[in-house]
Design a protein around this ligand. Sequence first.
Ligand code: ZN
Length: 305
Amino acid sequence: MRYMKLLFVLVFLAYAITPEMKLRRVQKDIYMVRGVDALPSMENRGFMSNAFAVLTEDGWVVIDALSTPELSKEFVDNLMRVRKAPIKYAIITHYHPDHWYGAKTYKELGAKIVAHKKLMDFYQSGEAQLALENAKQRFGDLFKSVVLVPPDIVVEDKYTLKVGGKTFEVIYMGPAHTDNDLVVYMPSEKVLFTGDLVLYNRIPFMGDRGASSKGLVEALHKIKKMDAKVILGGHNEPMDMSAVDFTLGYVQFLRENIRKAKEQGKSIDEIREALKDNPYRKYVMYDAFHNANVFRVDAELDMEE
Ligand SMILES: [Zn+2]
């Protein structure tokens, strides 16, 4: 009896830590899978970000590629159960592993990959390959089948895609979360895909080499002016415009308080100490990202002066 109980607990735990991929319909013709709120690990298979798909009369347009070809394959299998149709385009919102590393699946199925010019630069410079090799060492087998896929269509400021009766405006918003952030706006549906720019009750990550907190504030102001009813981001449930205020609130809180502390001559350690008790501590990913964000904003403010 005791063993049965133990077995039950183990089976339950296995299910609890291995997130299942479940395709959900957000609204007519728009689907998503929702990753867990965590850093990548073997346990979560790197399934810690969202991917989206829009069904058009000519086939699917997907937004983001998840962390591995295995995950994107599972995502596509789910889509094919809704409608067996080609994957026409795959738009990559930025170069982070959990948005780009699964792109091989789409490419092999004949999709055209769309990404920003700075992602292409990162790929062509060889830096992306180094980063991948690093990730392969750090995370064991998690990224073993990842192959980098460069974009077929390179976006600079704006690119409009018309597919099977639907319009997708791909707009550059960087440098913000990275130097290659794209958002995708569907004007008729008033749906906006925002990659990692907009987060709700979750701490944004500004530790990337190309990140800019000042740029993120500007991007969020631009997003606020857009006519979007639904915001679909890389890490949350579907959101509305109030999420933009949440993200903006955190970034501005950091910028204002760190600026003040610097004016008082405080060192980075004193700044971290002074900011220890803050209203954002309770939110998801705080422990993983907050300190890196403080360092980034501190360094950025030095450059801005
Ligand atoms: Zn990201």
